[in-house]
Design a protein around this ligand. Structure first.
Ligand code: PLP
Length: 387
């Protein structure tokens, strides 16, 4: 088998060895329920609170503002429904056209239940018009819910400016930080953000664990009722994954200032732009996650490229992983005004700290070769090469 070149860290990440080390004893002998009163349970409760403190430290908030959930999607659903429960007369929700499917599906569901949803557009760089956002907020707006970092392009929304707008308009704000958490410095204390969602498996923890920040001044309504998490999220905690998430948060904090991933991403992108004719970067290049590169290759179908790259051991994505079974062009790229053809010709490469200089060198060889092969096979020939 060919060695794996994993450039799909926005889809999920491998578990860090240090994280696994924390998890395994909790799956073996340290299996206590943190709600139990005997020593085994008390030990689990201690582990739980240590993990909460570590996640809170990465988020820059108090530990009692962090709830553990089963995933980013649950955190998003909890935050949105909690905000809506606060005032049942407010039937308007603002979001954007480029959200993750977790938010899109939820908002579509809300629309069927009588809510009015404003889907804010983005420009060709994937950026929001903040005046338009401010103008969209009405007296009956229950919530603004939007991404911090786009999972497909890495483009960052200016959440602190958005929080300022929400504060002035006295509207609740939920930020989907599933891709930003652990990649960017975050300081939630006094940020004006009311809810923030994060997920373990994007930062080298296990799948099936998420976190929700709920500002302590905001009235909260649980999605899952039960006694755990101070009655804010019922269900016995997934202890091994939560402890691993805590460790992963601690490790992420250590790596957040490192330029390594950024340098690999930039070197890869520069190489593609110079070595491959008809290659363009999708999304604002300044306000962007350090690890993500979304590229279109004229005349190339991304599905074909994914298959050929996979044969060579290179994993990347066409659109977001959650919708990659579909042949529809990415809704994010479409919202940015790309033609269907260019949207279908796009690939997302997302680096992580377990990549190597060798991965970068191999990707710089493989991607241009695969693009050239597909263009040669295309019946119409490449528009770029024919031009
Ligand atoms: N939001 C964004 C921006 C994501 O990228 C993802 C996962 O891809 C999610 C939410 C959902 O997170 P989870 O897979 O933990 O449910």
């Amino acid at each position: 088998m060919k060695p794996l070149i994993y450039l799909d860290n926005n889809a999920t990440t491998e578990i860090a060895p240090e994280v696994l080390e924390v998890m395994l004893p909790l799956l073996r002998e340290g299996f206590g329920n943190p709600s139990s009163v005997y020593a085994l349970g008390r030990q689990a409760a201690k582990v739980l609170e240590e993990a909460r403190a570590r996640v809170a430290a990465l988020a820059g908030c108090r530990a009692d503002e962090i709830l553990f959930t089963s995933c980013g999607t649950e955190s998003i659903n909890t935050a949105v429904q909690s905000a809506l429960a606060l005032d049942p007369d407010k039937k308007h929700v603002i979001t954007t056209a480029v959200e993750h499917s977790a938010t899109i599906k939820l908002c579509e569901h809300l629309a069927q239940r009588g809510y009015e949803i404003t889907w804010l557009p983005v420009d060709s760089d994937g950026m929001l018009d903040l005046d338009q956002l401010a103008a969209a907020i009405r007296p009956d707006t229950a919530l603004v819910t939007l991404l911090w970092a786009n999972n497909e392009t890495g483009v960052l929304f200016p959440v602190h400016e958005i929080a300022e707008i929400a504060r002035k308009k006295k509207t609740l704000l939920h930020v989907d930080a599933v891709q930003a958490f652990g990649k960017l410095p975050i300081s939630l204390a006094d940020s004006g953000i009311h809810f923030l969602s994060a997920s373990g498996h994007k930062i080298h923890a296990a799948k099936g664990v998420g976190a929700l920040y709920v500002n302590r001044r905001v009235k909260f309504t649980p999605l899952l009722r039960g006694s755990q998490e101070s009655a804010r999220r019922g269900g016995t905690q997934n202890m091994a994954s939560i402890a691993g998430f805590g460790k992963a948060a601690e490790l992420a904090a250590e790596h957040i200032g490192s330029r390594q991933v950024l340098d690999w991403r930039n070197a890869f992108e520069e190489h593609m732009l110079s070595a491959v004719p008809g290659c363009t970067v999708n999304g604002d290049r300044t306000h962007r996650l350090p690890n993500t590169s979304n590229l279109s290759f004229d005349g190339v179908e991304s599905e074909g490229a994914l298959i050929l790259l996979d044969e060579q051991g290179l994993c990347c994505s066409a659109g977001s992983a959650c919708t990659s079974g579909s042949i529809n062009p990415s809704h994010v790229l479409k919202a940015m005004g790309l033609t269907n053809e260019r949207a279908r010709a796009s690939l997302r490469f997302s680096f992580g700290r377990y990549n190597s200089a060798g991965d970068l060198a191999r990707a710089c060889e493989l991607v241009p070769a695969v693009v050239a092969k597909l263009r040669a096979l295309s019946p119409a020939g490449s528009p770029v090469l024919a031009a």
